[in-house]
Write a protein that binds this ligand. Sequence first.
Ligand SMILES: [Zn+2]
Length: 466
Amino acid sequence: MRNLIRKAPSWIKKPIKYVYGLIPYEKRMGKIFWDTYNFLQESQWWSKEKLEEYQMRELEKLLKHAYENVPYYRKVFNERGLKPKDIQDFDDLKKIPFLTKEIIQNNLEDLVAQNYSRSKLQYVTTGGSTGIPMGFYQDKSSAESIEWAFILNQWSRVGFKVGDKCVVLRGNVVKSANKGKLWEYDPINKDLILSSYHMIDEALPKYIAKIREFKPDFIQAYPSAVTILARFIKEHDINPFPTVKAILCASENLYSWQRELLKEIMKCRIWSFYGHSERAALAGECEKSAYYHIQPEYGIAELFDKNGNSISNEHELGEIVSTGFNNYICPFIRYRTMDMAIKGKNNCNQCGRQFQLLKKIEGRLQEMILTKTNRYISMTAINMHSDVFDNIKQFQFFQEEKGKVFFNIIRKNSYTEKDTEYIYRELNKKLGNDMDLIIHFVDHIPRTKNGKYRFLIQKLPINLGG
Ligand SMILES: [Zn+2]
């Protein structure tokens, strides 16, 4: 990460970080926002043909722009004797090679469109979860408004209206927390921002009282943070919050054990979406279904298996490769996200949208455990919502050697030797006998610098696609 920031030119002031709640409404909600939002409210009901036509038009525009203005793409096209007009349908896209994080790391300046004034550029860094830190640029004047319009369009599926009151539990640093005030009110966004760094048992009753007094319409949360809250509510048999219509999860994969727990305890809709800082693909749940609906106006998402073959069958697992329509400064064309998902149907029969579905997001490649016989076990396969973990406060897997994984746990006072045996027995069933499991008791589990908890610290390079 240090390298990248050093490489960034001096006219770049400060990289931005994505925490939606931190960008005030007035900066996001101008004409660009409303034009995009209103368009999406209509286009979401278009027929498959009309959506595909729209996508093809956007793709043509993007490719022409990339060829004419972005040195990296011009070179890639020229080397292959390609012209933008050679891409006539979605299948032709395969003629363009994948864009990887390494390519971006090594060719950033060549990936910037030359027809944009430097003053329009905003530098963004990302990459914590994949282990490949990366920086890129986006349009300072429009990127946030467009993104926000897409997010709010998706939230509107569960009743969210502009101006609704939110509790935000998303890794924000609350300045007054060191003095014991664990939240702050943001009058512009009408949000109550709670510190997600101070959610210890002693403080949680205060959090719960504050949320109850605030009467939020929605809770925006990292799944890991709202899970801490839900587990506490369950243990102490506390009533959930009656005004909350949905919990809007973001920024971390929502595991099915978390969804089950949240649904059971919070007694409201648990809603999630897939997105990433590069903003080349976006997919959210709908009114009724918990499958991820790939947003066609946002870009084109393809799925590939580990041999690089495109996936067309339902239930198959593949890596998401995406082409984003909204970034003309640093176009992401056939970008390998390193995120894995399971393919679903080509439309949703619950809401009627003609969007492609993903049944499940398996998460980042770095969220896989590697066994002695080279099997990959996804963290989503390990169900933590079970009484096996009742006497654990927190846990984290840690792998740095193939076939061997540490399970670090913070014990509750009620924890006994019996729990250790039980955990070994149950986890070994999931992990299989080509995996050594070692339980470690710890006092502390570190967070990432964005305040997220990771369930797995994977030190091995995981790269299914080679
Ligand atoms: Zn649907």
